[in-house]
Design a protein around this ligand. Structure first.
Ligand SMILES: CSC[C@H]1O[C@@H](n2cnc3c(O)ncnc32)[C@H](O)[C@@H]1O
Ligand SMILES: [Zn+2]
Length: 432
């Protein structure tokens, strides 16, 4: 057994207390072995210095499209439908496998550097993303996204079959760091008959389901008109809601839908930056929490955010949670830290997001030496409101060190930046 000690720092525990402790990790099994005083925990074969640092669970970005880093800054200042139809879908139509590889490498580098150790992604060319996940050491839940608008029946069926095949083939890839899901894009971009045919197949095979839902009023209204049902009631009639399902956004959800989500134990992934930038609306996050809905946190793609930094996302979630309710006590610091850790972990069904013996050794160390983190009155407050992604100095996933002293260990960052820039420019040119 090879072991790793993360020593000399303070540690965020699952009850949101902070204590001075060392952490011993079994690097082979990828698990936390012990947390305690240096003499109790003992010396590992390797050592990461966390002095003047706070060890936190690696953050979990529970909804993104990682290769969309290629479109960062390509299309801003438009609402969702115009943004997708006029700018994003035309460039996505030109995507090649190597583009997705380049965009995924860039996004994963950004996530590891800002303390994210797992993400959920629905996109295209997902075998490329799975291979990049394998090579870089991060953890991910991946699905090939299906859209039926603009496709004939045969193309749409092929898309769904491909999505199921991807989920079957790649589940457990990369020593179990890759899990898979079935990912119809949304309730308005996928025709009902495809839900009716393929959701039962996913359910029979135990494949989790992830969709965008209730993101904008433009998406909700046509469903209500056509089906005389709220979108999540419609989703439930299609058997989309279950304890291993999770929906992205959930901005426009009424009280009955919140109760339905709680009853079905379906998680909502809150994406506050994307919701603000696309002016989609303000999700009723405090009401979701009050209704006992499990809430995780995601950045969405880098074209609607425009970064993949989960510290930014925690801050945005806390800020917009207060603005939405005009209540400064809504969505407090502790709630957003829980969303980015245990809430997202629960949505993805992974045993990460908590620093306890037996849990996955997915960890990040925040350097507390910066002037913007003094005085350290309350470190949970700092995580929500003051820490920046660039304060992360070490990142560990599955017991392996992915970043040490701000240097990536599995990614050649200069090469990744150059390749992504070249491919993004060529891609946009092809689409013009
Ligand atoms: C079918 S793969 C995923 C698909 O979703 C698009 N997308 C990116 N951000 C959003 C969003 O906020 N709402 C809906 N769809 C989004 C992405 O560009 C892909 O086409
Ligand atoms: Zn999305």
């Amino acid at each position: 057994m090879t072991t790793l000690t993360i020593g000399g720092g303070q540690v965020l525990r699952p009850d949101m207390t902070v204590e001075r402790a060392d952490i011993l990790v079994d690097s082979d099994a990828g698990e936390i072995l012990a947390i305690g005083d240096a003499d109790e925990v003992g010396n590992g074969d390797e050592y990461l210095d966390a002095s003047d640092g706070l060890v936190i669970p690696g953050l979990i970005n529970a909804h993104t499209h990682v290769a969309m880093t290629l479109f960062r800054g390509h299309a801003d200042d438009k609402e969702l439908d115009a943004w997708l139809q006029e700018d994003i879908w035309p460039v996505e139509a030109e995507l090649q496998a190597d583009d997705v590889r380049a965009g995924a490498l860039l996004g994963i580098a950004e996530m590891i550097r800002s303390g994210t150790t797992a993400f959920a992604d629905m996109y295209f060319f997902m075998d490329e993303v799975a291979d990049v996940v394998a090579d870089t050491g991060i953890r991910a839940t991946l699905g090939h996204g299906c859209i039926t608008v603009g496709k004939d029946d045969e193309q749409a069926h092929d898309d769904f079959k491909h999505s199921l095949d991807f989920a079957r083939t790649y589940d457990g890839h990369a020593d179990g760091r890759v899990q898979t899901m079935f990912t119809p894009h949304s309730l308005t971009t996928v025709d009902e008959k495809f839900y009716e045919e393929y959701i039962p197949v996913a359910r029979d095979e135990g494949i989790p389901i992830h969709i965008h839902a209730n993101e904008t009023v433009n998406e909700v209204d046509p469903i209500v008109e056509e089906h005389d049902q709220r979108p999540l009631e419609y989703a439930d009639s299609l058997d989309v809601l279950a304890d291993d399902s999770f929906i992205a956004h959930g901005v426009h959800v009424d009280e009955d839908e919140r109760d339905l989500l709680a009853e079905r134990d379906t998680s909502v992934i809150h994406c506050p930056a994307s919701n603000m930038k696309l002016a989609s609306g303000m999700a009723p996050v405090q009401k979701l929490l009050d209704a006992d809905v499990s809430v995780g946190l995601g950045t969405d793609g880098a074209a609607s955010n425009n970064d993949l930094d989960m510290f930014d996302e925690m801050r945005d979630a806390a800020m917009v949670g207060k603005l939405a309710t005009m209540d400064a006590s809504a969505v407090p610091a502790e709630a957003v830290v829980r969303m980015a850790t245990e809430g997202s972990a629960s949505a993805l069904g992974i045993d990460s997001g908590r620093i306890e013996a037996g849990a996955n050794a997915d960890l990040a160390v925040v350097d507390l030496s910066g002037e913007h983190l003094k005085p350290p009155h309350n470190l949970v407050s700092h995580l929500a409101y003051a820490v920046r992604g660039s304060d992360v100095c070490h990142t560990v996933c599955d017991g392996a060190v992915l970043m040490e002293d701000r240097t990536l260990q599995t990614i050649d960052l200069d090469d990744v930046k150059d390749t992504a820039t070249e491919r993004a420019h060529a891609l946009v040119e092809r689409a013009e």
